[in-house]
Design a protein around this ligand. Structure first.
Ligand SMILES: NC(=O)c1ccc[n+]([C@@H]2O[C@H](COP(=O)([O-])OP(=O)(O)OC[C@H]3O[C@@H](n4cnc5c(N)ncnc54)[C@H](OP(=O)(O)O)[C@@H]3O)[C@@H](O)[C@H]2O)c1
Length: 385
């Protein structure tokens, strides 16, 4: 029996993770949960899974939760500290890190510093703090198993290979809803159209990132830190069927791939059961019914945010921090219908122009760079709205 904590249990990954736990019962038990503002759903989850500790983002929501959900002996926390408490809860073996954005960084680091096994979905924490997190993993004997389907694929393909035999890692991308459109056609796409992803059901932020292909950019940076790769060892191919989740090219010319149904429950389950495997609740992948597997080069000029993320692979860490911060704000403004789809990359690019390229030595440095970039992006957004 393994004890689990889930950070972001009410989100897309969090809900899929709980479905996986239902399948894997009685081998996994949920002992701690953290969520943001969806008190009603959180209450239903708590009633079903009966954790010992829970946390919500805000104090007033924690109060409302207590009113709705009176479970004896349940400890209810709130705020950043509450999520961190969930992440380091003593009886927890594995922490699923699935809060969106940089808000997931401190709880993810808390789990690593507590020496937990971290099943990582929150790619933004690796993007902004990859080096510091990997240092902490070594220091505290923690372990990170990726949940992102591409990184799970790479992790599985690389697991038995010597690092020096790996030539290149190619992340596959669905291409999002606008892959076949011209830049002009994309310009005026609405949030509703951008949220209509052809393959994956995901949270709003990651779905918009998928439409701009910033998601693939963030994943390249994540892969650099997760697997210790050089920028020239990383590439992207568009694969609209989303069956091949990534490719690893070996020095002898072999290319390894991991294929599965397009369902996040598969990489989530793998992260939980690793190094073992267990039966899945999903039907097997029937390749005879998949008519074709296509692969295309990305037309990078159509996806300027992906170009910026590729640039970030060679830049100092502060560049990635500022890129992520400006993108989080621009996506929020687009979802709030304050800017056009094509303004997302303009705001991010302009916010990066005055980025000072300082060195990152600590979490405090990261949050300083993040704040400054948010301030620049906010000013640019105000000028546009
Ligand atoms: N969805 C996917 O298929 C997918 C695939 C690969 C990687 N990822 C990555 O996984 C992460 C989560 O994505 P998602 O699609 O699951 O996002 P999502 O559906 O928006 O869910 C985000 C979760 O974080 C919670 N949250 C937000 N602020 C919080 C806070 N301050 N404290 C505690 N919880 C907080 C939300 O709570 P409330 O809803 O209660 O406010 C929700 O449970 C992202 O980094 C994303 O890039 C997602």
């Amino acid at each position: 029996m393994k004890n689990l904590a889930i950070l972001g249990s009410t989100g897309s990954i969090g809900c899929s993770a709980l479905e996986v736990v239902r399948t894997l019962a009685p081998h996994f038990r949920v002992v701690a949960l953290a969520a943001g503002r969806n008190v009603q759903l959180f209450c239903r989850q708590v009633e079903e899974f009966k954790p010992e500790l829970v946390a919500l983002e805000r104090e007033d929501d924690a109060r409302e939760f207590r009113r709705l959900c009176s479970i004896p002996d349940l400890k209810v926390a709130f705020g950043q500290e509450g999520a961190e408490e969930v992440a380091r809860y003593s009886s927890v073996d594995t922490v699923i890190s699935a809060i969106t954005g940089i808000k997931g960084l401190r709880p993810t680091l808390a789990a690593v510093e507590a020496g937990k096994k971290v099943a990582l979905a929150n790619k933004e924490s690796m993007v902004v703090a990859g080096e510091l997190i990997q240092q902490a993993v070594r220091e505290h004997h923690a372990k990170i198993i990726p949940i992102d389907s591409e990184h799970s694929a790479v992790f599985q393909c690389m697991s038995k290979e010597a690092p020096e035999d790996i030539k290149k890692v190619i992340l596959t991308a669905s291409g999002g809803p606008f892959f076949r459109l011209s830049s002009e056609e994309m310009e005026t796409k609405t949030p509703e159209e951008a949220l209509n992803h052809p393959r994956w059901q995901m949270g709003k932020k990651v779905t918009i990132d998928s439409a701009t292909m910033m998601n693939k950019g963030l994943e390249l940076i994540e892969a650099k830190w997760l697997f210790g790769l050089q920028p020239e060892q990383l590439g992207v191919l568009v694969h609209p069927q989303s069956i091949v989740h990534s490719l690893v090219e070996m020095r002898d010319g072999s290319v390894l791939a991991q294929l599965s149904q397009t369902d996040m429950k598969i990489p989530i389950q793998y992260a939980l059961t690793h190094p073992e495997r267990r039966d899945s609740s999903l039907p097997p992948l029937d390749l005879s019914r998949v008519q074709s597997l296509e692969f295309y080069e990305v037309e990078e000029h159509k996806f300027p945010l992906l170009e910026l993320a590729v640039q970030a692979l060679d830049e100092k860490q502060a560049f990635s921090v500022a890129l992520n911060a400006a993108n989080e704000l621009a996506v929020e403004a687009f979802l709030g219908k304050k800017i056009k789809f094509s303004d997302i990359h303009v705001v991010v690019a302009e916010a990066l122009e005055t980025q000072d390229g300082r060195m990152i030595h600590s979490m405090e440095d990261i949050f300083e760079v993040d704040l400054a970039a948010r301030e620049r992006a906010r000013n640019l957004l105000t000028q546009r709205t």
